[in-house]
Design a protein around this ligand. Structure first.
Ligand code: A3P
Length: 334
Protein backbone atom coordinates (compact mmCIF):
# COMPACT_ATOMS: atom_id res chain seq x y z
CA UNK A 1 0.00 0.00 0.00
CA UNK A 2 1.46 3.36 -1.05
CA UNK A 3 1.25 6.43 1.16
CA UNK A 4 -0.59 9.35 -0.39
CA UNK A 5 1.47 12.29 -1.67
CA UNK A 6 -1.15 14.90 -0.85
CA UNK A 7 -1.78 15.77 2.83
CA UNK A 8 -4.59 13.64 4.30
CA UNK A 9 -7.80 15.29 5.47
CA UNK A 10 -8.11 16.18 9.17
CA UNK A 11 -9.94 13.05 10.18
CA UNK A 12 -7.12 10.89 8.79
CA UNK A 13 -4.13 12.86 9.88
CA UNK A 14 -1.72 11.07 12.20
CA UNK A 15 -0.66 12.86 15.33
CA UNK A 16 1.51 15.80 14.60
CA UNK A 17 4.21 14.26 16.72
CA UNK A 18 6.37 17.37 16.45
CA UNK A 19 3.77 19.22 18.53
CA UNK A 20 3.80 16.59 21.26
CA UNK A 21 5.97 16.44 24.38
CA UNK A 22 9.11 14.34 23.89
CA UNK A 23 8.00 11.73 26.43
CA UNK A 24 4.82 11.16 24.43
CA UNK A 25 6.74 10.92 21.17
CA UNK A 26 9.14 8.42 22.71
CA UNK A 27 6.30 6.30 24.05
CA UNK A 28 4.35 6.28 20.78
CA UNK A 29 7.37 5.50 18.65
CA UNK A 30 8.32 2.63 20.97
CA UNK A 31 4.99 0.87 20.37
CA UNK A 32 4.78 -1.86 17.72
CA UNK A 33 3.12 -0.56 14.58
CA UNK A 34 1.26 -1.78 11.49
CA UNK A 35 -0.29 0.11 8.61
CA UNK A 36 -3.99 0.51 9.22
CA UNK A 37 -6.71 0.01 6.62
CA UNK A 38 -6.67 3.59 5.41
CA UNK A 39 -3.31 5.35 5.16
CA UNK A 40 -2.28 5.68 8.77
CA UNK A 41 -0.65 3.67 11.48
CA UNK A 42 -2.03 1.37 14.13
CA UNK A 43 -0.04 1.07 17.34
CA UNK A 44 -0.19 -1.85 19.73
CA UNK A 45 -0.88 -0.46 23.17
CA UNK A 46 -2.16 -2.41 26.17
CA UNK A 47 -2.74 -5.41 23.88
CA UNK A 48 -4.91 -3.61 21.30
CA UNK A 49 -4.32 -1.95 17.93
CA UNK A 50 -5.24 1.71 18.23
CA UNK A 51 -5.17 4.29 15.43
CA UNK A 52 -2.02 6.25 16.15
CA UNK A 53 -3.79 9.56 15.62
CA UNK A 54 -6.12 8.75 18.55
CA UNK A 55 -3.48 7.76 21.10
CA UNK A 56 -3.28 11.23 22.53
CA UNK A 57 -7.06 11.20 23.10
CA UNK A 58 -6.81 7.76 24.66
CA UNK A 59 -4.02 8.75 27.06
CA UNK A 60 -5.83 11.95 28.04
CA UNK A 61 -9.05 10.06 28.62
CA UNK A 62 -7.35 7.38 30.69
CA UNK A 63 -5.59 10.01 32.79
CA UNK A 64 -8.38 12.52 33.27
CA UNK A 65 -11.89 11.15 32.69
CA UNK A 66 -13.78 11.06 35.98
CA UNK A 67 -16.83 8.85 35.64
CA UNK A 68 -19.92 9.59 37.71
CA UNK A 69 -22.11 6.78 39.07
CA UNK A 70 -24.97 8.05 36.90
CA UNK A 71 -22.94 8.05 33.65
CA UNK A 72 -23.86 5.79 30.77
CA UNK A 73 -21.16 4.69 28.33
CA UNK A 74 -22.00 3.07 25.04
CA UNK A 75 -19.09 0.89 23.95
CA UNK A 76 -18.65 -0.78 20.58
CA UNK A 77 -16.11 -2.18 18.20
CA UNK A 78 -16.10 0.23 15.24
CA UNK A 79 -18.80 -0.54 12.64
CA UNK A 80 -21.00 -2.52 15.03
CA UNK A 81 -23.96 -0.15 14.90
CA UNK A 82 -22.67 2.66 17.13
CA UNK A 83 -24.59 5.32 15.20
CA UNK A 84 -27.87 3.45 15.66
CA UNK A 85 -27.49 2.69 19.35
CA UNK A 86 -26.20 6.18 20.09
CA UNK A 87 -29.37 7.57 18.56
CA UNK A 88 -31.56 5.13 20.49
CA UNK A 89 -29.91 5.88 23.82
CA UNK A 90 -30.07 9.62 23.19
CA UNK A 91 -33.75 9.37 22.30
CA UNK A 92 -34.46 7.14 25.31
CA UNK A 93 -32.79 9.41 27.83
CA UNK A 94 -34.25 12.62 26.41
CA UNK A 95 -37.75 11.36 25.64
CA UNK A 96 -39.50 13.45 28.28
CA UNK A 97 -38.33 16.64 26.52
CA UNK A 98 -39.66 15.58 23.14
CA UNK A 99 -42.74 13.59 23.98
CA UNK A 100 -45.48 15.67 22.38
CA UNK A 101 -45.91 15.95 18.65
CA UNK A 102 -44.78 19.58 18.49
CA UNK A 103 -41.47 18.88 20.14
CA UNK A 104 -41.10 15.64 18.13
CA UNK A 105 -40.74 17.88 15.09
CA UNK A 106 -37.85 19.69 16.78
CA UNK A 107 -36.11 16.55 17.93
CA UNK A 108 -32.31 17.07 17.75
CA UNK A 109 -31.89 13.77 15.90
CA UNK A 110 -33.76 15.32 12.97
CA UNK A 111 -31.12 17.98 12.45
CA UNK A 112 -27.95 16.54 13.96
CA UNK A 113 -26.11 13.29 13.51
CA UNK A 114 -26.07 11.25 16.74
CA UNK A 115 -22.26 11.44 16.80
CA UNK A 116 -22.56 15.18 17.30
CA UNK A 117 -25.13 14.73 20.07
CA UNK A 118 -23.36 12.04 22.07
CA UNK A 119 -19.73 12.83 22.70
CA UNK A 120 -17.06 10.32 21.87
CA UNK A 121 -14.47 10.13 24.64
CA UNK A 122 -11.24 9.48 22.75
CA UNK A 123 -12.34 10.57 19.25
CA UNK A 124 -13.60 13.93 20.29
CA UNK A 125 -13.61 15.12 23.90
CA UNK A 126 -10.10 14.07 24.93
CA UNK A 127 -8.56 14.37 21.49
CA UNK A 128 -9.29 18.06 21.32
CA UNK A 129 -8.37 18.88 24.92
CA UNK A 130 -6.23 17.24 27.54
CA UNK A 131 -8.81 17.62 30.29
CA UNK A 132 -12.07 19.10 28.95
CA UNK A 133 -14.49 20.73 31.36
CA UNK A 134 -17.54 18.46 31.50
CA UNK A 135 -19.20 20.20 34.43
CA UNK A 136 -21.96 21.71 32.28
CA UNK A 137 -23.20 18.33 31.08
CA UNK A 138 -26.56 17.35 32.56
CA UNK A 139 -26.95 14.08 34.40
CA UNK A 140 -27.19 11.30 33.33
CA UNK A 141 -24.27 11.95 31.01
CA UNK A 142 -24.12 9.75 27.92
CA UNK A 143 -20.78 9.07 26.23
CA UNK A 144 -19.57 6.76 23.53
CA UNK A 145 -16.20 5.01 23.26
CA UNK A 146 -14.51 2.15 21.44
CA UNK A 147 -12.02 1.51 24.25
CA UNK A 148 -11.50 -2.12 25.26
CA UNK A 149 -12.66 -2.99 28.77
CA UNK A 150 -9.09 -3.32 30.06
CA UNK A 151 -8.19 0.14 28.73
CA UNK A 152 -11.09 2.05 30.25
CA UNK A 153 -10.17 4.81 32.69
CA UNK A 154 -9.97 3.48 36.25
CA UNK A 155 -12.81 5.78 37.35
CA UNK A 156 -15.25 3.83 35.17
CA UNK A 157 -15.04 0.66 37.22
CA UNK A 158 -14.63 2.61 40.49
CA UNK A 159 -17.77 4.65 39.87
CA UNK A 160 -19.91 1.66 38.86
CA UNK A 161 -21.45 3.69 36.05
CA UNK A 162 -23.41 1.78 33.38
CA UNK A 163 -21.80 0.32 30.28
CA UNK A 164 -23.84 -0.79 27.28
CA UNK A 165 -21.73 -2.97 25.00
CA UNK A 166 -22.99 -3.52 21.46
CA UNK A 167 -21.45 -6.36 19.49
CA UNK A 168 -22.08 -7.37 15.89
CA UNK A 169 -21.43 -10.50 13.85
CA UNK A 170 -17.71 -10.36 12.95
CA UNK A 171 -18.26 -10.99 9.23
CA UNK A 172 -20.75 -8.12 8.94
CA UNK A 173 -18.53 -5.91 11.10
CA UNK A 174 -15.56 -6.73 8.88
CA UNK A 175 -17.44 -5.93 5.66
CA UNK A 176 -18.86 -2.73 7.12
CA UNK A 177 -15.35 -1.70 8.15
CA UNK A 178 -13.91 -2.54 4.75
CA UNK A 179 -16.50 -0.36 3.01
CA UNK A 180 -16.09 2.46 5.50
CA UNK A 181 -12.32 2.61 5.26
CA UNK A 182 -12.39 2.37 1.49
CA UNK A 183 -14.56 5.47 1.43
CA UNK A 184 -12.21 7.25 3.81
CA UNK A 185 -9.15 6.53 1.69
CA UNK A 186 -7.99 9.30 -0.59
CA UNK A 187 -9.20 8.49 -4.11
CA UNK A 188 -5.72 8.26 -5.54
CA UNK A 189 -4.97 5.33 -3.20
CA UNK A 190 -7.80 3.21 -4.66
CA UNK A 191 -9.62 0.44 -2.82
CA UNK A 192 -7.81 -1.65 -0.26
CA UNK A 193 -7.99 -5.29 -1.41
CA UNK A 194 -10.47 -7.22 0.72
CA UNK A 195 -8.05 -10.13 1.05
CA UNK A 196 -5.42 -7.84 2.56
CA UNK A 197 -7.93 -6.58 5.13
CA UNK A 198 -9.12 -10.09 5.87
CA UNK A 199 -5.57 -11.22 6.60
CA UNK A 200 -5.14 -8.32 9.00
CA UNK A 201 -8.52 -8.82 10.66
CA UNK A 202 -7.78 -12.52 11.23
CA UNK A 203 -4.42 -11.59 12.79
CA UNK A 204 -6.26 -9.21 15.09
CA UNK A 205 -4.92 -6.13 13.29
CA UNK A 206 -7.95 -3.87 12.91
CA UNK A 207 -8.79 -0.58 14.60
CA UNK A 208 -9.33 -1.44 18.30
CA UNK A 209 -8.64 -5.09 17.48
CA UNK A 210 -8.20 -7.93 18.07
CA UNK A 211 -11.96 -7.96 17.56
CA UNK A 212 -12.34 -11.10 19.71
CA UNK A 213 -10.40 -9.73 22.68
CA UNK A 214 -12.53 -6.59 22.59
CA UNK A 215 -15.69 -8.69 22.72
CA UNK A 216 -14.39 -11.14 25.32
CA UNK A 217 -13.39 -8.34 27.70
CA UNK A 218 -16.94 -7.00 27.82
CA UNK A 219 -18.60 -10.39 27.80
CA UNK A 220 -16.59 -11.39 30.88
CA UNK A 221 -17.39 -8.08 32.57
CA UNK A 222 -21.10 -8.47 31.79
CA UNK A 223 -21.10 -11.93 33.40
CA UNK A 224 -19.20 -10.72 36.46
CA UNK A 225 -21.04 -7.40 36.86
CA UNK A 226 -24.42 -7.70 35.13
CA UNK A 227 -25.71 -4.65 36.98
CA UNK A 228 -22.91 -2.55 35.43
CA UNK A 229 -22.38 -4.04 31.97
CA UNK A 230 -25.14 -4.90 29.49
CA UNK A 231 -24.12 -7.02 26.51
CA UNK A 232 -26.35 -6.53 23.47
CA UNK A 233 -26.00 -7.80 19.92
CA UNK A 234 -26.86 -5.88 16.75
CA UNK A 235 -28.67 -8.98 15.50
CA UNK A 236 -30.87 -9.20 18.62
CA UNK A 237 -31.69 -5.52 18.25
CA UNK A 238 -32.68 -6.05 14.61
CA UNK A 239 -34.74 -9.13 15.39
CA UNK A 240 -36.71 -7.78 18.31
CA UNK A 241 -36.01 -4.07 18.72
CA UNK A 242 -39.07 -3.47 20.92
CA UNK A 243 -37.93 -5.93 23.59
CA UNK A 244 -34.37 -4.66 23.51
CA UNK A 245 -35.21 -0.99 23.70
CA UNK A 246 -37.26 -1.74 26.81
CA UNK A 247 -34.37 -3.77 28.19
CA UNK A 248 -32.01 -0.85 27.53
CA UNK A 249 -34.37 1.59 29.22
CA UNK A 250 -34.60 -0.66 32.30
CA UNK A 251 -30.84 -1.07 32.41
CA UNK A 252 -30.04 2.65 32.22
CA UNK A 253 -32.61 3.39 34.88
CA UNK A 254 -35.36 5.04 32.87
CA UNK A 255 -37.94 2.29 32.30
CA UNK A 256 -41.04 3.01 30.23
CA UNK A 257 -44.20 3.62 32.24
CA UNK A 258 -47.41 1.78 31.40
CA UNK A 259 -48.74 5.03 30.02
CA UNK A 260 -45.74 5.49 27.73
CA UNK A 261 -46.04 1.92 26.53
CA UNK A 262 -49.71 2.48 25.79
CA UNK A 263 -48.90 5.70 23.93
CA UNK A 264 -46.40 3.96 21.63
CA UNK A 265 -43.27 5.62 23.05
CA UNK A 266 -41.09 2.62 22.19
CA UNK A 267 -42.40 2.50 18.61
CA UNK A 268 -41.81 6.26 18.30
CA UNK A 269 -38.15 5.91 19.28
CA UNK A 270 -37.66 2.97 16.94
CA UNK A 271 -39.26 4.86 14.06
CA UNK A 272 -37.15 7.92 14.72
CA UNK A 273 -33.93 5.87 14.93
CA UNK A 274 -34.66 3.48 12.10
CA UNK A 275 -32.11 3.17 9.32
CA UNK A 276 -34.65 4.40 6.76
CA UNK A 277 -35.56 7.47 8.76
CA UNK A 278 -32.09 8.55 9.88
CA UNK A 279 -30.43 7.88 6.53
CA UNK A 280 -33.07 9.88 4.67
CA UNK A 281 -32.62 13.05 6.75
CA UNK A 282 -30.90 15.94 5.01
CA UNK A 283 -28.32 16.21 7.80
CA UNK A 284 -27.28 12.62 7.25
CA UNK A 285 -27.34 12.86 3.47
CA UNK A 286 -25.24 15.99 3.09
CA UNK A 287 -23.97 17.04 6.53
CA UNK A 288 -20.54 16.55 8.06
CA UNK A 289 -19.29 15.89 11.57
CA UNK A 290 -17.09 18.49 13.20
CA UNK A 291 -14.00 16.42 12.25
CA UNK A 292 -14.93 16.65 8.58
CA UNK A 293 -16.29 13.12 8.14
CA UNK A 294 -19.42 12.95 6.03
CA UNK A 295 -22.46 11.77 7.99
CA UNK A 296 -23.59 9.58 5.11
CA UNK A 297 -20.56 7.32 5.67
CA UNK A 298 -22.31 5.98 8.77
CA UNK A 299 -25.29 4.68 6.80
CA UNK A 300 -24.74 1.98 4.22
CA UNK A 301 -27.18 -0.98 4.28
CA UNK A 302 -27.85 -1.60 7.96
CA UNK A 303 -28.67 -5.26 7.43
CA UNK A 304 -27.81 -8.58 8.98
CA UNK A 305 -25.82 -11.00 6.79
CA UNK A 306 -24.72 -8.53 4.10
CA UNK A 307 -21.23 -10.11 4.18
CA UNK A 308 -22.39 -12.81 1.75
CA UNK A 309 -22.54 -10.18 -0.97
CA UNK A 310 -18.83 -9.42 -0.68
CA UNK A 311 -17.05 -12.51 0.62
CA UNK A 312 -16.75 -16.03 -0.69
CA UNK A 313 -17.87 -18.93 1.50
CA UNK A 314 -14.17 -19.71 2.13
CA UNK A 315 -13.49 -16.19 3.35
CA UNK A 316 -16.48 -16.42 5.67
CA UNK A 317 -15.27 -19.77 6.96
CA UNK A 318 -11.89 -18.26 7.66
CA UNK A 319 -13.41 -15.67 10.00
CA UNK A 320 -15.65 -18.35 11.55
CA UNK A 321 -12.60 -20.54 12.15
CA UNK A 322 -10.67 -17.78 13.89
CA UNK A 323 -13.70 -16.88 16.01
CA UNK A 324 -14.34 -20.51 16.98
CA UNK A 325 -10.77 -20.79 18.14
CA UNK A 326 -10.57 -17.46 19.95
CA UNK A 327 -14.01 -17.55 21.56
CA UNK A 328 -13.70 -21.22 22.54
CA UNK A 329 -14.82 -21.82 26.09
CA UNK A 330 -16.49 -18.41 26.44
CA UNK A 331 -19.98 -19.64 25.56
CA UNK A 332 -20.15 -16.89 22.91
CA UNK A 333 -21.30 -17.67 19.37
CA UNK A 334 -21.40 -14.64 17.13
P1 A3P B 1 -23.34 -1.55 7.23
O1 A3P B 1 -22.05 -1.04 6.72
O2 A3P B 1 -23.35 -3.05 7.35
O3 A3P B 1 -24.52 -1.06 6.49
P2 A3P B 1 -21.10 2.30 13.23
O4 A3P B 1 -22.24 3.18 13.53
O5 A3P B 1 -20.59 1.54 14.43
O6 A3P B 1 -20.04 3.00 12.49
O7 A3P B 1 -21.66 1.14 12.30
C1 A3P B 1 -22.11 1.42 11.02
C2 A3P B 1 -23.03 0.30 10.59
O8 A3P B 1 -24.30 0.47 11.23
C3 A3P B 1 -23.29 0.33 9.10
O9 A3P B 1 -23.52 -1.02 8.72
C4 A3P B 1 -24.56 1.17 9.04
O10 A3P B 1 -25.27 1.04 7.85
C5 A3P B 1 -25.30 0.60 10.24
N1 A3P B 1 -26.36 1.52 10.71
C6 A3P B 1 -26.31 2.88 10.79
N2 A3P B 1 -27.47 3.36 11.24
C7 A3P B 1 -28.27 2.29 11.46
C8 A3P B 1 -29.62 2.15 11.92
N3 A3P B 1 -30.36 3.20 12.24
N4 A3P B 1 -30.13 0.90 12.03
C9 A3P B 1 -29.38 -0.18 11.71
N5 A3P B 1 -28.11 -0.11 11.27
C10 A3P B 1 -27.55 1.10 11.15
Amino acid sequence: MQASQSPPPDHLRDLREDDMPQAFKDLVSSLPSEEDWVINTLRLYQGFWFPSRLLNGIFNCQNHFQAHPSDILLVTNPKSGTTWLTAILFALLNRAKYSNSNSQRRHPLLTQNSHDLVLHLEHKLYLQQENPDLSALASPRLFVTHLPYSSLPQSVSDSKCKLVYLVRNPKDTFISMWHFFNKMRPEENGQIPIQECLDKFCRGVSPYGPYWDHVLGYQKASLEKPEQVLFVTYEQMKLDPHVHVRRLADFVGCPFSEEELGDGAVEGILRMCSFDNLSSLEVNKSGKLSNGLENKLFFRRGEVGDWVNYMSAEMGERIDGVMDEKLHGSGLKL
